[in-house]
Ligand binder design. Structure first.
Ligand code: DNO
Ligand code: MN
Length: 358
């Protein structure tokens, strides 16, 4: 397991590279050029700039999250080919600086969705919260206002330029069924995966968050059966998944350890975090500790250990604790605590394996 930490870039993150390298066992950053709109080719000088910054702190840049997919590709519009070409050029450039994994998602219009970014937990910390009923009733435009109304940071996946044509996007998706979305994903993969393969980069799709349809939009990367179908669309080790325990895990029927065992050779990147799921469909993000949420993080780490996981892992989100002023879900303190919990489990499993061999 190679531990990495998401970093939003110089001037765009409250956490510094200096602090990241002090977290035990963190070897690299998970990064992106967040200001480049989806569909555009990434400029080489900007890529090299991030490499130089990370190099200065001895951190690698092996994992990119995300190279976003233009909506025209998800909609299957004729204009998609030009955007797919740009995507290919970006893959080639990223390979030149040593990138090994690209995380992306195929969710129409919205990336991850929550209704409150600062829900107070019993201990006084705050965390990202999803209220099921609110999502059923809220006007998506209102939700967008809430998420993007953050004076300090633009939220990843909720960049204003992606959302300004919201009404017409919604209109366009009226005619796109789940089967259409599968076909558009297949078309994208058939074009992209050969280029990824030739450049030694593993593509790793992130599951839908939450893993069900919202606002009537289709969502397909939601459960074990659909992931199986996804991996068969293009059956190559370069067509893989980012297994996100917190995204898939809010559907309690998703057995994450079983998925890790089944898809072991197709998981180049793991997102590990816990959530507490309530009976009414609400959920809140919690500390990583198994007893704090509904997801058995111990069993998840054990499944990775058992399957000899050598991919990259990150703690995904964290709560906001100790008065930290940070972008929602992406503070230093709770994610660093999460990493120590993950290492604690991993190291004791390692030790036990060695002792059993003696
Ligand atoms: C949610 C997060 C997401 C993720 C993107 C990947 O669990 O990890 O914001 O970064 O959906 O494209
Ligand atoms: Mn995730």
């Amino acid at each position: 397991m190679k531990m990495v930490f998401r970093w939003f870039g110089e001037g765009n993150d409250s956490v510094s590279l200096q602090h990241i390298r002090q977290i035990p066992g963190v070897e690299g950053i998970v990064w992106a050029l967040h200001d480049i709109p989806a569909g555009e080719e990434w400029p080489m000088d900007r890529i090299l700039e991030v490499k130089k910054q990370a190099d200065a702190y001895g951190l690698h840049i092996d994992v990119v999250e995300s190279v976003n997919v233009h909506e025209d590709i998800k909609l299957g519009r004729p204009t998609r080919d030009a955007y797919i070409e740009n995507y290919k050029r970006t893959i080639e450039k990223l390979a030149k600086v040593g990138v090994k994994v690209i995380c992306y998602n195929f969710m129409p219009v919205f990336d991850w969705t929550r209704t409150n970014l600062y829900k107070e937990l019993e201990d006084g910390s705050t965390a990202l919260f999803y209220e099921h009923e609110k999502v059923q009733n809220i006007d998506p435009l209102e939700l967008v206002k809430m998420i993007t109304d953050n004076p300090k940071f633009t939220m990843p996946g909720w960049e204003p330029e992606r959302l300004k044509e919201l009404a017409s996007l919604f209109e366009a998706y009226q005619h796109v069924t789940e089967e259409d979305l599968w076909n558009h994903l297949q078309y994208f993969l058939e074009n992209i995966i050969p280029v990824a393969e030739a450049n030694g980069i593993k593509m790793a799709i992130h599951p839908d968050d939450p893993p069900w349809s919202i606002f009537g939009l289709p969502r397909i990367i939601t459960n074990r059966e659909n992931i199986r179908r996804f991996l068969n669309l293009v059956d190559s080790p370069y067509n893989g998944i980012t297994l996100c325990s917190g995204s898939l895990g809010v559907n309690l029927r998703n057995d994450i350890p079983a998925m890790i065992r089944e898809f072991a050779d197709r998981i180049p990147f793991a997102h590990i975090r816990n959530v507490k799921v309530y009976e009414n469909g609400n959920f809140v993000e919690t500390s990583h500790r198994t007893c704090d949420g509904s997801i058995d993080i111990y069993e998840i780490v054990k499944a990775y250990h058992e399957t000899g996981f050598t991919g990259y892992a990150r703690p995904d989100h964290g709560r906001h604790i100790w008065d930290e002023q940070c972008r929602p879900g992406y503070g230093l303190y709770d994610r660093a605590l999460g990493i120590m919990y993950l290492w604690g489990i991993w190291d004791s499993l390692e030790r036990r394996r060695k002792e059993e061999r003696l």
